[in-house]
Design a protein around this ligand. Structure first.
Ligand code: MN
Ligand code: MN
Length: 457
C-alpha cells in the first residue's frame, strides 16, 4: 500500500500555511505544560468554553452544544462539547500531551565555581544529552513563594533578553571525551547552566552567585529559598520557524507532543453541534511515564467526566462506566518520520513519511509489542471510513523496525476503560532533540482528521 504526498492534493496551499502560522505563534509562546494550559484556556474562553468549576458552583444544567473545560493544577486540561446523545452513549476523545523533554532546575540549583554562577539541572524525559549543550537556552516556569504568590518567569525569549546555556569542552582538549560512548560524552551531572560572571561589589563569599541573587530579587522578587518551591525549566531559546527553502516544515522546540495537542484543541474549538460529546484531553508527565496528579494515570479525567455527567443531570457510577466504555479515542503522539540519513532503522513499507498526512499506529511498544495498546481492526476499519468520507489523507506506521527500539504513549491507560483507542499523530524528525521538525501539511491534515473524528457517528 503506497500513500501519496498530500501537498499535491492542495492546489491552494494557503489554508495549510495560515493554520501553521497560528501553530508557530503558539509554539513560540508555549514551552511548558503550564504555558500551554494557560494559552489554551485563554483561547477556549474566547471561543465560548466555560470553566467547569463555575458550572458546578452555579448549578448550571449542561445541554447539547455547551462547551466546558476543566483545569488540572494549571498543568493539564480537558475540554468538552456536550453532544446530543446522553454521555453514557460514549464520547469522541482526542488526547495528547503537553509536556516535552527539557532540563529542570534542581531544588538547590544555584552555585558558584571558578567565579562563574551556575544552575544545576536534572533532565526530564529521554534526551541525547550531547544535543543540549552550546545552545542559547531560556528559562521558563514558576516560583511559588511561601505566602502562596506565584512568580512567572520567562527569560531568554525577547530578543533583548539575555540567554543562558550549557558549555562543552573545546575540541582541542577533547581527545579523551571523544573516545567515550555517546551516552557518556555529556554526563547528566554536567548539564549545568552558566548564568553569570560578575562578582558583587564588596562581597567576600561567592560574590558572583550573590550578584545573580540580587538580579533575581530585583527582577522577579525571588529569594534563593524560593527555588525550593519552583518549577523552572531550561528550554531552547527562540521562536518556532519555517524550515526549508519551500517553507514546507516547522522547526520548533516541543513538537512532541504539542504538534498533536494544538490541532486537537483547534479541532474541538471548531466543533459545533455533535451527536456524541467531544473531548480534548491534554495531559502532562507523558515523557516520564504518565505518573503524577497531572499525568494520564491520575483520576483527573474520570473525575471530570463524572462531574460533566452530573452537571448534565445524568450521573451515577454505572452510567459513568458506560460512558467510558462506549467511548472512542485518538491517542495522539508524534511518530518517527522516515529520515533519509538513517533509513536503516525503518522498514520502508511501514514507516511514516513527511507530508503523507495523519499517522495511525496500530501498535507502538518495543520487543514483542510490549507495552503497546495494539488497536482493534474493527476500529481501524471505522477510522478508514471516516477519513475517506471526509477526504482526510492518512498513513499507517510503526515506531521503527522490529527490535530496533520502540516507545509508549498514553493509549493503554484509556484502553483500561475498555474503550476503542488507537495511536495516531504527526510524524516528526529529530524527535526529543532541542529543535524538532514537522511537515506543515501533516499538521493541517491532523487538524482536519481530528475534526472528522469528533463529528463521527
Ligand atoms: Mn510524545
Ligand atoms: Mn516523547
Amino acid at each position: 500500500m503506497k500513500t501519496e504526498n498530500i501537498w499535491k492534493k492542495y492546489k491552494d496551499k494557503k489554508p495549510i500555511f495560515d493554520f501553521c502560522d497560528g501553530y508557530k505563534e503558539f509554539m513560540s509562546l508555549c514551552k511548558t505544560e503550564r504555558e500551554c494550559t494557560d494559552e489554551i484556556i485563554k483561547q477556549a474562553e474566547s471561543a465560548g468554553f466555560c470553566n467547569l468549576e463555575k458550572v458546578i458552583e452555579e448549578g448550571t444544567r449542561l445541554k447539547p452544544g455547551d462547551k466546558v473545560y476543566a483545569n488540572n493544577m494549571g498543568k493539564a486540561l480537558a475540554l468538552f462539547v456536550i453532544g446530543q446523545e446522553p454521555i453514557e452513549k460514549g464520547m469522541r476523545i482526542l488526547g495528547a500531551h503537553i509536556d516535552s523533554p527539557r532540563l529542570d532546575l534542581k531544588q538547590n540549583p544555584l552555585y558558584e565555581e571558578g567565579e562563574q554562577a551556575l544552575l544545576d539541572t536534572h533532565y526530564y524525559g529521554g534526551v541525547k544529552k550531547y544535543q543540549w549543550v552550546t545552545l542559547p537556552m531560556a528559562l521558563h516556569g514558576v516560583a511559588v513563594k511561601k505566602d502562596g504568590t506565584t512568580v512567572k518567569v520567562v527569560l531568554g525569549e525577547d530578543p533583548k533578553d539575555p540567554v543562558v546555556g550549557i558549555t562543552d569542552l573545546l575540541i582541542h582538549l577533547s581527545a579523551k571525551q571523544l573516545e567515550k560512548n555517546a551516552k557518556e560524552v555529556i554526563e547528566g551531572e554536567k548539564l549545568n547552566v552558566l548564568v553569570g560572571s560578575i562578582p558583587l561589589q564588596d562581597e567576600e563569599t561567592e560574590p558572583v552567585k550573590a550578584q545573580i541573587l540580587c538580579i533575581l530579587k530585583e527582577k522577579y522578587q525571588i529569594e534563593e529559598e524560593d527555588f525550593l518551591s519552583a518549577e523552572l525549566e531550561v528550554v531552547p531559546a527562540g521562536p518556532a520557524r519555517d524550515f526549508g527553502l519551500d517553507r514546507s516544515m516547522v522547526m520548533a522546540y516541543g513538537h512532541d507532543d504539542r504538534v498533536c495537542a494544538y490541532p486537537s484543541y483547534k479541532a474541538i474549538e471548531a466543533t459545533g453541534q455533535v451527536k456524541y460529546t467531544s473531548v480534548c484531553l491534554l495531559v502532562d508527565k507523558e515523557e516520564i511515564g504518565s505518573v503524577g496528579a497531572t499525568g494520564m494515570e491520575s483520576k483527573f479525567f474520570e473525575n471530570t467526566v463524572a462531574e460533566v455527567m452530573h452537571a448534565s443531570g445524568a450521573y451515577n457510577e454505572l452510567l459513568l462506566r458506560r460512558a467510558l466504555k462506549n467511548s472512542q479515542m485518538l491517542s495522539s503522539d508524534v511518530s518517527a518520520a522516515f529520515d533519509p540519513n538513517y533509513p536503516e532503522v525503518m522498514e520502508k513499507n511501514n514507516a511514516a513519511y513527511l507530508g503523507h498526512g495523519l499517522t495511525f499506529n496500530k501498535y507502538t511498544g518495543s520487543r514483542g509489542k510490549s507495552g503497546s495498546n495494539d488497536a482493534n481492526p474493527e476500529y481501524i476499519a471505522k477510522l478508514r471510513r471516516i477519513m475517506e468520507e471526509n477526504n482526510v489523507s492518512f498513513q499507517t506506521a510503526e515506531l521503527g523496525k522490529v527490535d530496533v527500539g520502540g516507545g509508549g504513549t498514553i493509549a493503554y491507560i484509556l484502553a483500561r476503560y475498555d474503550m476503542e483507542v488507537i495511536d495516531s499523530g504527526v510524524a516528526v524528525l529529530n524527535m526529543h532533540a532541542p529543535w524538532e521538525i514537522a511537515s506543515k501539511a501533516d499538521i493541517y491534515e491532523a487538524f482536519l482528521g481530528y475534526q472528522a473524528f469528533l463529528k463521527s457517528e
